[in-house]
Design a protein around this ligand. Sequence first.
Ligand code: UDP
Length: 239
Amino acid sequence: SEQKSNVRRILLKISGEALSGDTGFGIDPKVLSQTAKAIRDVQKKGVQTVLVIGGGNIFRGAALQKAGFDRVSGDQMGMLATIMNGLAMREELKAQGGKCVLMSAYGIPSITAQYSATEGRDLLNQGYSLIVAGGTGSPFFTTDTAAVLRAIELQCSEVLKATKVDGIYTADPVKDKNATKFDALTFDEVISKQLEVMDLTAFALAREHHMPIRVFSMSKPGAFDKAAIGDAEGTVVSD
Ligand code: UDP
């Protein structure tokens, strides 16, 4: 079940918010279709793809906690939201002719299989794309942390974190027109420059296990294609 040599395996992390398009809530079929097409295109080039989707377009545990709601139940609702997004994405990938399996941190009989790293690697080698939903399965974590964790377990070459911005900048490029983009950074540089890439738990896990994180924009034409095959695109954070 090891990764075949010369085969590139990547993990794409997209936020739930991205799936909602301009509405900010729910799932925009247009975004769903564009994202699936982008994944199909890189799959056709022989890149093995794992997808982790957030749930922020439907539910975030921390938001209700502020109103006094139990965080554990709230986070469970958030994790269920990622499964709903995963179901939608699987159907779209299949509709576009892709072979795809949805796995979740915890199984839900008749809805999704329980995540397994060894089965996941086998499926990837058999040409399936993998959607890994349910986050880490534990409250108080994020889907960014789940993305790094799954990338390590599934022996991916890197985590591709899709954001609105096409990389990591010296300052917020929306607010500061003098902001410049980094092509590459080390984990230590991200810390010393106090740049934000992922939450600290996700970042620490990536740093400890030498898992590169590439920040790029999914909406920039051709960017995902390049990032997926490892061409210069976005900002790569590595050792
Ligand atoms: N969540 C969780 N544990 C995890 C991953 C996610 O409890 O390992 C919950 C948490 O409530 C979170 C929600 O699921 O707010 C949606 O995930 P996230 O906020 O990471 O989604 P994104 O911001 O990427 O859309």
